[in-house]
Ligand binder design. Sequence first.
Ligand SMILES: [Cu+2]
Ligand SMILES: [Zn+2]
Length: 174
Amino acid sequence: MIILILLISFFFFIVGIRVMSLGKAVCVLDENNVKGTIYLEEIDGNKTHIYGKIMGLKKGKHGFHIHEYGDLTDGCISLGGHYNPFERIHGGPDTKKRHVGDLGNITANKNGVAHINIVDNLIKLRGKYSVIGRSLVVHEDEDDLGMGQHKDSHTTGHSGKRIACGVIGYASNH
Ligand SMILES: [Cu+2]
Ligand SMILES: [Zn+2]
């Protein structure tokens, strides 16, 4: 009986360590009256759950990406292009070959609120391709996911101006 209790305690101890060691990051956006908090959290070993809420948007779809740098010296402009370590062309989150940073669109409701709930295989919070220290950007227009006929469909998804952005950092409770 005691051995059984010890085994069970040991099991929960290991599970506890495993849960605590999963990475968590946060990104706060606050620009042009667009405000939001997005969390990025490792789940299932190899995936990242990206979730949160952004307020103050125009109703409809807005391109949403991870950009290469965490450099706000010139606002959202100095964040560089979409994070693209494998030198692919622009796509959507479900496109086979895409920029790592291509998260597609978020959709704001009539109150200007977008609820975000994405699970992604390419976004990493550790290792060589970690996105911590990079940035999240919300665009004025819809991302065409590389399917449009515009000159910039294959680079930015023709998603227009950068209306809000923030740097991805370690969350305090990660
Ligand atoms: Cu972008
Ligand atoms: Zn892209």
